[in-house]
Design a protein around this ligand. Structure first.
Ligand SMILES: CC(C)(COP(=O)(O)OP(=O)(O)OC[C@H]1O[C@@H](n2cnc3c(N)ncnc32)[C@H](O)[C@@H]1OP(=O)(O)O)[C@@H](O)C(=O)NCCC(=O)NCCS
Length: 158
């Protein structure tokens, strides 16, 4: 596989937005319960992410093609922690590129970014999304709570 580059997303034009929607739709195949709400939802959610955390929006690229992205928010008010923490709002790799180490590279970039601002990071993961949970646990996240089909995971003391 050609070299994978992780870059901060510089701008979100229509072409890039469509690429991100494609990655999202492909990435969640087989996990529709946790990310299969459809293209309109994906579009609105990605736009919300870009507005909320433009400085923590990283993409994985092979050549010019976006194959994954992660959205890291350094300024998230967690009602569970009662204060501002870091948060991962989205993290997805195109299905055809999963299992090749791209997710790990994105997550390392995200944690490197957030550690400059936060001592705690929170995220929510689907209760049966065992692959993602295993990856988060390898990076020190712990399961700390549950709401419906979602598990809250937290990483402390960066
Ligand atoms: C989670 C996700 C982003 C990981 O990206 P990836 O490029 O596949 O991850 P990597 O190839 O870097 O794998 C890293 C580690 O994750 C774990 N992992 C990832 N997917 C896994 C799976 N389906 N089953 C078991 N372990 C898995 C492995 O422990 C792996 O470590 P190893 O290489 O030491 O075995 C990707 O699988 C994805 O897009 N999933 C669908 C969307 C999603 O669930 N996002 C998380 C929402 S909270």
């Amino acid at each position: 596989m050609s070299e994978i580059k992780i870059e901060r997303l510089k701008s979100l034009d229509e072409k890039t937005l469509n690429e991100l929607i494609r990655v999202y739709m492909e990435g969640y195949k087989g996990l529709e319960e946790y990310g299969g709400e459809g293209e309109d939802y994906a579009r609105n959610y990605i736009l919300w992410c870009w507005k909320k955390a433009p400085d923590g929006f990283f993409v994985a690229k092979i050549g010019d093609k976006i194959v994954g992205f992660i959205v890291c928010d350094k300024d998230w008010f967690s009602k569970y922690e009662g204060r501002i923490v870091g948060a991962i709002h989205e993290f997805v790799v195109d299905k055809s590129y999963q299992g090749k180490g791209i997710g790990k590279k994105l997550l390392i970039t995200c944690l490197d970014f957030l550690k400059n601002f936060n001592d705690t990071i929170e995220l929510w993961v689907g209760e049966k999304n065992y692959g993602a949970m295993k990856l988060y646990e390898k990076f020190g996240f712990k399961k700390v709570g549950k709401s419906g089909i979602w598990i809250r995971m937290v990483k402390q003391n960066l």
